[in-house]
Design a protein around this ligand. Structure first.
Ligand code: NDP
Ligand code: A1CAB
Length: 281
């Protein structure tokens, strides 16, 4: 067995560097993480070449080779291919005992470890794509085998691309998925809908989209930077008897809060379903 390393900047292999894994990897490179300590794998050689050119990281189609080199292995493939990827890595990880970091929705640590051949230090993370811009947020859950040093690695990497929050119970990651993992898509949908509404009110498509996008970005910045709670920020836009009041009244009367709750419940339920579907496939 390899001795646990005390490195402060571990070698990190991304097994799959697509939308999410690629966002974290690019975020790390932007934050100055040494490219020589990063490696990405995939099946598409041309895509890997482009990634290597853009970021300077090492690339390979050989998952075992990347895993054997790494102190920390990010499992960044889709849930549906995770089992095959893990089974192929069993011997390597049981020999070198790296820290595993799964970003897959749903799949539990028990299932992942059963595919990886038994006990290993494993963290499950639920990140989101704004990580690409250093504006991500992730929920993290660690299995008992994860050392303090390994927790520190995960925090360092996660905080290089955004905020990191540990959860006590693994199940809570499904709620994190429903709120922040999938969440960017909800805000994008709202922006699309607001832009479409602007068009219907007579704006050009370009202007309507620019207004909706800039408003989402400005509101997001206020949410992060203001001392006020969201409800207070909303109150400050809402003049009594004014225009906002009418819009907010319509959104609430037509059930936006209930709709959001239903959507989040659907996402969390899907995470549970995915875990069940994939457990024995
Ligand atoms: N997208 C998101 O917003 C979020 C996604 N996640 C999770 O991240 C994971 C990946 O999702 P996402 O990034 O969207 O998916 P993508 O399809 O964008 O990325 C998956 C990557 O895996 C690579 N891949 C597929 N098979 C293999 C293999 N056998 N060996 C190595 N690499 C492989 C693909 O590259 P190639 O085609 O070259 O093989 C691809 O780049 C999922 O488990 C998802 O639940 C979590 C939070 C947010
Ligand atoms: O849609 C998905 O399943 C993944 C997980 C969270 C965001 N994207």
């Amino acid at each position: 067995m390899t001795e646990p390393t005390t490195k402060t900047q571990p070698n990190i292999a991304f097994i799959g560097a697509g939308n999410m894994g690629g966002a974290i990897l690019r975020g790390l490179v932007k934050q100055g993480y040494p490219a020589s300590s990063l490696m990405a794998t995939g099946r598409d050689l041309a895509g890997l070449e482009l990634l290597a050119k853009e970021t300077g990281v090492g690339t390979t189609t050989d998952n075992q080779q990347a895993t054997a080199w790494a102190d920390l292995v990010v499992l960044g493939v889709k849930p549906q291919v995770m089992q095959a990827v893990c089974l192929d890595l069993t011997q390597t990880v049981q020999t070198t005992k790296p820290l595993l970091l799964s970003i897959a929705a749903g799949i539990t640590s028990d299932t992942l470890l059963s595919w990886l051949g038994g006990k290993l230090p494993l963290v499950r993370s639920m990140p989101n794509t704004p990580s690409l811009l250093g504006a991500g947020v992730a929920g993290l859950y660690a299995t008992p085998e994860v050392s303090q040093q390994q927790r520190a690695w995960v925090e360092q990497i996660t905080q290089a691309v955004g905020q990191a929050y540990w959860v006590e119970k693994e199940q809570q990651l499904d709620a994190v998925t429903a709120v922040s993992g999938s969440g960017p898509a909800y805000y994008f949908l709202f922006t699309e809908a607001l832009a479409a509404a602007g068009e219907k009110l007579g704006l050009s498509p370009e202007l309507a989209l620019n207004l909706a996008k800039a408003t989402a970005a400005g509101a997001g910045k206020m949410l992060l930077e203001s001392q006020d709670e969201p409800a207070e920020l909303r109150r400050k836009v809402t003049s009594p008897g004014g225009t906002t009041e009418q819009a907010i009244h319509t959104l609430i009367e037509k059930g936006l809060p209930e709709l959001v709750e239903l959507a989040a419940q659907a996402a969390a339920s899907r995470a549970v379903e995915l875990a069940e579907e994939l457990k024995d496939c």
